[in-house]
Ligand binder design. Structure first.
Ligand code: SF4
Length: 468
């Protein structure tokens, strides 16, 4: 009997295909997904500033994978039943895998995805690592969302495998710290935001220690819910966090979503504008945002910049037409290119990009020279420059999301202006969650306002507390 010989021609062709894909400026699946996202955006959202459908398909998040949390926030976006569901590592891994596979199929690769639900560190370190691993396998850039109340030993066991080697090339975490959270160890009932600074610092220091001792780099975000009670302390938090190694500071004005028993204040008094003004006051400069928009400006506002020598500088000067031309060229030509890949692959991808678009090189050089001159050579060399993004993301109240979603499902435009505005925002949503069973992606607002109650009732039957 003749033994089957490997077909070297086929293997070589497959390897070549892989190499071409790994060094393509934009993965073909991502390119298709971006085109589809752009095509489904409403006309009013297709502006020269729009990032959706050009740079990214939007952020992604998990749901129903570990609903439980051990802190009590006022407000809390989770339904009451969430805390009656057992945390189960196998369930988390399987469900994360399914949701991420669906996102990979419809959105391509290289998209940012949040490992989110209840409190992620209630998962054991191995189960947490398995969930991150599943996300990476499906081409996501995972970020673990936590209240930050965990010890260094947990972080080390998550980051370092049983063989003593790092499991991940980079760890992304978002720590949520604000004085509306009750039950944190060492400070059960904070009275002011300043009471939490030592906990914010401790959170960052644990990652710095991990980097020092095991060489695991990190990327951290700081999240804070804002209500009338702590609005006046936003500036205090920003000033304190400027000295910590957060790459992003994100603020969420509270909305009436989730558990009504945790609604204590008049949340409507806090608007995106008011939060933004507080941040600008603390940073000591205007934070330009209109020239780079993720989705709808009623949902999101972001300012991308560099912190150097204690001062913040925007990466693009929105008043300089040359910088706006750079933005246009970047979004048109570089588009969804993933800059996070192995160095050799990135070098070839950049070379392929420049071969197709030779005008990009002088444009980029001019932009870099202007940025350095704005920051100042001295600060660039001595001021430890690092990127720092400010974000405000305003969720919507459940009372408008439900009718807006139902009208969208029926293909109708709502008559009520508030519901119609919610419909517009949902159709330009930049934060989606996957439902592989019916092949859909839904906005996070819809997940929390409409789908969470039923989903958690189901999970409560599947994973009742105290039985596994
Ligand atoms: S989740 Fe809601 S608030 Fe956030 S981008 Fe989507 S529609 Fe807007």
């Amino acid at each position: 009997m003749r033994r089957a010989r490997p077909d070297f021609g086929q293997t070589a062709r497959a390897r070549l295909r892989e190499l071409i894909q790994a060094t393509a400026p934009v993965h073909p699946d991502t390119e298709l997904a971006l085109c589809a996202r752009w095509a489904e955006l409403p006309d009013r959202a297709r502006t020269s500033a729009q990032l959706l459908g050009r740079r990214t398909c939007g952020c992604e998040g998990t749901h129903g994978v570990f609903p439980r949390c051990d802190l009590a926030c006022t407000p809390c976006y989770h339904v009451r039943e969430a805390n009656l569901v057992q945390v189960d590592g196998d369930h988390t891994r399987q469900e994360v895998d399914r949701q991420m596979a669906h996102l990979r199929a419809v959105r391509g690769t290289g998209q940012h995805a949040q490992l989110i639900g209840g409190e992620v560190t209630l998962l054991g370190p191995d189960a947490h690592a398995a969930a991150l691993d599943a996300m990476l396998r499906h081409g996501r850039k995972p970020m673990s969302m936590t209240h930050g109340d965990f010890d260094y030993d947990y972080l080390r066991r998550l980051a370092i495998g049983p063989d003593g080697r790092p499991r991940f090339a980079l760890l992304r975490f978002a720590g949520h710290f604000d004085s509306l959270m009750l039950g944190r160890r060492g400070i059960e009932r904070p009275r002011r935001e300043a009471d939490l600074h030592q906990h914010r610092r401790r959170f960052v220091e644990q990652f710095e220690r991990l980097e020092r001792e095991h060489g695991v780099p990190f990327d951290l975000a700081h999240n804070m819910t804002v209500t009338p009670r702590n609005l006046g302390q936003v500036g205090e938090v920003v000033r304190a966090c400027l000295g910590m190694r957060f790459g992003m500071m994100s603020f969420q004005p509270a909305a009436y979503v989730g558990n009504p028993r945790r609604w204590r204040e008049e949340f409507d008094e806090v608007t995106i504008d008011r939060v933004w003004t507080e941040i600008e006051r603390a940073v000591g400069t205007q934070l330009p945002w209109r020239h780079l928009q993720m989705g709808d400006e009623r949902c999101n506002r972001s300012a991308y910049g560099i912190l150097a020598g204690g001062r913040w500088f925007p990466v693009l000067d929105d008043t300089d037409p040359r910088d706006l031309r750079v933005r246009d060229a970047f979004l048109d030509r570089v588009g969804g290119m993933d800059l996070e890949r192995q160095r050799w692959a990135l070098a070839i991808a950049v070379a392929r990009l420049l071969a197709r678009n030779p005008r990009l090189a002088p444009l980029a050089a001019g932009w870099a020279a202007r940025l350095v001159s704005r920051i100042g050579v001295r600060r660039v060399l001595r001021g430890r420059p690092r990127s720092l993004t400010f974000v405000v993301h305003a969720f919507m109240d459940a009372s408008v999301v439900r009718p807006a979603w139902e009208a969208l499902e029926r293909g109708e435009t709502a008559g009520d202006p508030a519901v119609r505005a919610a419909q517009e925002r949902l159709s330009t949503c930049s934060y989606a969650m996957a439902h592989p069973d019916d092949g859909r992606l839904v906005p996070a607002c819809v997940q929390h306002s409409v789908l969470d109650p039923q989903e958690n009732r189901r999970l409560r039957e599947l994973l009742p507390l105290g039985e596994r």
